[in-house]
Design a protein around this ligand. Structure first.
Ligand SMILES: [Zn+2]
Length: 254
């Protein structure tokens, strides 16, 4: 930040440009140096001399707060979403608002600033919740495409959901999940798919396919369900076909 110091029609910039100016009288130079070095004093009058300090400065205001995943801290932290605006200042006080200088997100712990896209990244807590929610959605979609009453498939589905992080998952919860329409559970698949690497997506889909294959070989309807689940996880059709083939081959060797 640079402040200008004016004396009558003479102008100096605090902090370095004093030597380029018309040389004022000795007493005025002393006053300028005091103001430039200490930024002290508002208006000083001596005879006809008037000192005014003005400049430009960016001020930020917080427009939102919450929790996000800070890459530098490596965990969930509180953030401030701030918008900045440049102001004309008079005696260090903002007087006239000028142009906007954009927004950023700042971690309140490490003070690191990020572009606002950082808020689109899921928090650790959201990721932990998304994994079991996605698995519940996937197993119920797959079970309904085959025989939802198959005891061996239901048992395998329950084990898959427990393994994804829901230790208390049981028959009653599975029955409730099976009543959910497919359109209602698709967001859970999209959310978990956005967080998984391609290898993790393939593992995730293979786990679901093995549920359908627990009783019988895959039916055509179950293949279509696997394709729909894979696409909702963010996989290409070729990737899904590859996972289905590898899972079937693996089951054939068992
Ligand atoms: Zn941080």
């Amino acid at each position: 930040m640079r402040y200008r110091i004016c004396i009558g029609n003479r102008v100096a910039v605090a902090g370095g440009d004093m030597m380029d100016l018309p040389v004022p009288k000795k007493a005025r130079v002393h006053r300028l140096r005091v103001l430039a070095g200490e930024c002290a004093g508002l208006v000083a009058r001596r005879g006809s001399t008037l000192l005014i300090i003005f400049g430009l400065r960016v001020f930020y205001r917080t427009i939102a707060q919450g929790t996000f995943h800070c890459r530098r801290c490596g965990g969930d932290r509180e953030f401030r979403h701030r918008a900045g605006r440049r102001w004309f200042t008079l005696f260090f006080l903002p007087v006239i608002p000028l142009n906007s200088v954009g927004e950023h997100v700042q971690c309140t712990t490490c003070r690191t600033r990020y572009v606002t896209d950082a808020l689109n990244q899921p928090t650790t807590a959201q990721m932990q919740a998304a994994l079991p929610a996605g698995m519940r959605a996937a197993v119920s979609a797959m079970l309904r495409s085959g025989d939802p009453s198959s005891l061996v498939s239901r048992q395998r589905a329950i084990e898959a959901v427990i393994g994804s992080g829901v230790p208390g998952y049981d028959e009653a919860m599975l029955a409730a999940d099976l009543l959910q329409p497919f359109e209602a559970i698709r967001p859970a698949l999209n959310q978990v798919g956005a967080q998984l690497t391609i290898q993790a997506k393939e593992w995730y889909l293979a786990e679901v396919i093995r549920i359908a294959m627990a009783d019988d070989p895959l039916t055509e309807t179950e293949r279509h369900a696997a394709m729909a689940i894979g696409v909702d996880l963010g996989m290409t059709q070729a990737q899904v076909v590859g996972v289905v083939a590898m899972t079937e081959q693996s089951a054939g060797r068992d």
